[in-house]
Design a protein around this ligand. Sequence first.
Ligand code: PMM
Length: 266
Amino acid sequence: MTIVMGVLNVTPDSFSDGGLHADTEAAVTHGRLLASQGAEIIDVGGESTRPGATRVPEVEEMERVIPVIEALVAHGITCSVDTMRASVVRAAVAAGARIVNDVSGGLADPDMLSTVADLGVDYVAMHWRGHSEVMQQHTDYTDVVTDVFAELAARRDAALAAGITAERIILDPGIGFAKTSEQNWQLLRGLDTFQAMGHRLLIGVSRKRFLGELLGDKPAADRDVATAAVTTWCAIHGIWAVRTHEVTAQRDAARVGQRLANRAAG
Ligand code: PMM
């Protein structure tokens, strides 16, 4: 069945007050809650990738994510690290992370792919065309499904060439990254095309802006029902995992999708 990857952003805008220790504690508490609700992986990130966001210094990113990963792993929780930096990957894997979630697909850091190959962990390569400050200036596609497929296949090939084995590669078309709302919908309609690449697929639509836009500018906190609708669609299409902020409704939605597709319930 489609599994849920719970989003844990250890960023100041997610955990508003207190110093670093309070942030770490609040993050660990939240990560444990998501896991107890049925998230099979907790995706720990210390750098916001929202459109327009500026980069966080490397030390700060490490200070945010490493203690949280250590604590969650100590509680027996499977963690991925959401980072574009090879140095953060090394520290996160040493702290017990088992999956690397690189929204840049290896493009942001020339050392990323060889580092992941060396560490022998799973690798999510997402479709990406540039950092958050500029990504919405890169939404020109001839055909978004065909073009994202080709660009993602190139990243997959680069990962293979660097020595990451095929079974370890997970692909993600990068909903909301250098895409307009319409292009996001086209990519979601094209999931079968991406399935044909023969890798596990991860989809992240949780609370994203295009859902709010569809629903009369609903605020982010009110987009979980719409997210669940897409989760059902992802489950129907055999997606390996959805990356979401909320877990309970997403798991239910994945079960429904599983039954609609007439696969055995997970
Ligand atoms: N989206 C965000 C962050 N990381 N990782 C993957 N693999 N796929 C995504 O779609 C994705 C991601 C942005 O969402 P957030 O700011 O709400 O975490």
